[in-house]
Design a protein around this ligand. Structure first.
Ligand SMILES: O=C(O)CCC(=O)C1=CC=C[C@@H](O)[C@@H]1C(=O)O
Ligand SMILES: [Mg+2]
Length: 364
């Protein structure tokens, strides 16, 4: 049976709930044939309203199967081994029945890219209704701590009672992170996402902040989604919470297993997808018994447009749990050029072959 083998976990239970190599937990369902996947694939290009992590146009492939639509949108610089997890997630959304959910809507944060402080009110206007929680990007390459302080201060002025958190994307060294978090904690931060890169720096930073009584929790993101083993950071007690994105972890089932086995609170976040991929993240969030923080799933508001005329955007800080089907006219209007489409279809094929090889290994 494909993917029936589970890796061992820190709980020492290697049979349940079964974290698999790619997470398309198939329970006997074979990998869908490549032809079928390619035949339904729509490759699209969507402009960004605000540049985010250097991205100005988002490319993505949407695929359809018996259970609806899925999105395959690994960032272009990701290699095939990393991108294969994203394909696994898209295939799960389209070829496996949805998992059980326990809520009808999920709380989300708004996301503020690393814009200059004077643009903060403008960017916040992209979000509908009240913003109760905001994630602010910091430590952007080419910027200084003063830029970050000015941005966080502007956000605090615009949203005096909102819950604020920051994301450094591992952009600080350990001493820089300690200095920055000590200064930024004046603005009352909920947590700092991936302030530094390594597990040992995360651990040391937590200790230093504790000793100096700086009240900021530490969240792991890259150390979960880019690690060979997403549970290492939890096992090392290097974070207070984890940020989890369905696609990089191979889909909802595997991401849920990672969260359960980490024993840590989780924040479900987007990978900057259209509403189709966001629906997968919303589904994951809606399946969790505990959701103590706003999810980073409000990012459709950062896109110029969407594949649906009823996009999954937050209204007063909440997104409803519902599937999304892209509209034909929009898929047509957003269709990528010939070369981009060919590149994405070849990438799907290479990733499919990696998944296929994973099946063979699991069978062995
Ligand atoms: O978490 C959010 O509020 C929005 C999503 C988000 O920040 C990200 C989406 C996609 C890629 C990542 O670099 C980035 C992140 O680091 O969390
Ligand atoms: Mg992050």
């Amino acid at each position: 049976m494909p993917f029936s083998r589970a890796i061992s976990t820190h709980h020492g239970d290697s049979n349940s709930p079964g974290i698999t190599p790619y997470g398309f937990v198939s329970e006997g369902t074979p990998l869908p044939p490549l032809e079928k996947i390619l035949n339904t694939a729509h490759v699209i290009s969507v402009g960004m309203r605000v540049t985010f992590r250097g991205v100005t146009t988002r490319h993505s492939a949407l695929i359809r199967g018996p259970y609806g639509w899925g999105e395959f949108a690994p960032f272009p610089e990701y290699d095939d081994a990393e991108a294969a997890h994203w394909l696994s997630s898209a295939l799960e959304a389209t070829y496996l029945p949805p998992t059980v959910t326990v809520r009808e809507q999920v709380p989300v944060n708004a996301t503020l890219p690393a814009v200059p402080a004077h643009r903060v009110p403008d960017v916040l206007n992209n979000y509908n209704g009240d913003i109760q929680e905001l994630k602010i990007k910091v430590a952007e390459r080419g910027q200084t701590l003063d830029d970050d302080i000015a941005r966080v201060a502007a956000a605090r002025t615009a949203l005096p009672s909102a819950r604020l958190k920051i994301d450094a994307n591992a952009g600080w060294t350990l001493p820089q992170a300690f200095t920055a978090l000590t200064a930024l904690s004046d603005y009352n931060l909920l947590y700092a996402e991936q302030p530094v890169g390594s597990i040992s720096d995360m651990k040391q930073l937590r200790t230093q902040l504790d000793n100096a009584q700086v009240p900021v929790l530490i969240a792991a993101d890259e150390l979960v989604r880019k690690a060979d083993d997403p549970l290492t950071v939890a096992r090392a007690h290097a974070a207070d919470l984890i940020v989890v994105k369905a696609a990089p972890l191979g889909g909802v089932r595997r991401a849920s297993a990672v969260i359960a086995q980490s024993g840590l609170p989780a924040v479900i976040s987007s990978a900057l997808e259209t509403s189709v991929g966001i629906a997968t993240g919303v589904h994951l969030a809606a399946s969790l018994p505990e959701l103590p923080y706003g999810c980073g799933l409000g990012t459709v508001s950062l896109l110029d447009t969407d594949v649906s005329s009823t996009p999954l955007v937050a209204e007063n800080g909440r997104i409803p749990v519902r599937p999304v089907a892209p509209e034909e006219a929009r898929l047509k209007a957003l269709a990528a050029d010939h070369a981009t489409r060919a590149w994405w279809l070849e990438r799907i094929e290479r990733c499919w072959r990696l998944l296929h090889r994973g099946y063979a290994t699991a069978d062995a």
